[in-house]
Write a protein that binds this ligand. Sequence first.
Ligand code: SAH
Length: 219
Amino acid sequence: MTTWSKKHLEMALQRIPPHPHPKRWLEQYTTPAPLAAEMLHTALLHGDIAGKVVADLGCGTGILAIGAALLGASRVYGVDVDVEALQVAKGWAEVLGASVEFIAGDVREFGIEVDTVVQNPPFGDRPGHGDVPFLDKALEVAEVVYTFHDAKALPFLERILEGRGRITLRRKLRFVLPRLFPFHARERKAIEVILLRIESLRRVSGAGGVIRRDALSPD
Ligand code: SAH
């Protein structure tokens, strides 16, 4: 399982289609396979995927969740409000032989403790508008978070992470957005995104109703 090269992973993920009917208000931009492979392979090399419990918040058609399962995560949750996207994700998980538990619902309601979150949240039209609830939830449930954001939002994100999360890796990448909606003037638009690895600083138990695994162990 850990024998997947980044290129090999990218080729497998390339087969997963984008959302069939993207809705503007949910910002359903599917992560391009090269970017998904970049995130997942980086996480794999950091020891954050193989044998770990992973959640993909706002999983869409499942590219990050399926990729994490292919790379040997012990358990993967994929959460999205959009049932149609989840149906596509389920179908492709089956085709690619990836075991993922898909959950229909709002990420803000997700309450299972995991080792690692991988996510490409909605960016919103101003910093924090779309991605902050995802970041809040990820820091609440996970030890380590891999997340894409609009590179322009970085100073804002650094401020909101103060005391809550430590950025241990940042990598700027280009994200080519297809012309998804009629209001987009250009056919394709490249934006700079930033891939972050964040270690959650929450170590105290009892974080907002999350099921803590250490709370269940005898010691
Ligand atoms: N992670 C996928 C999709 C990214 S688009 C990928 O990398 O390709 C963002 C996704 O977040 C969409 O599928 C959208 O339906 C979902 N989403 C937006 N707000 C949400 C919320 N509050 N709870 C759950 N999912 C949400």
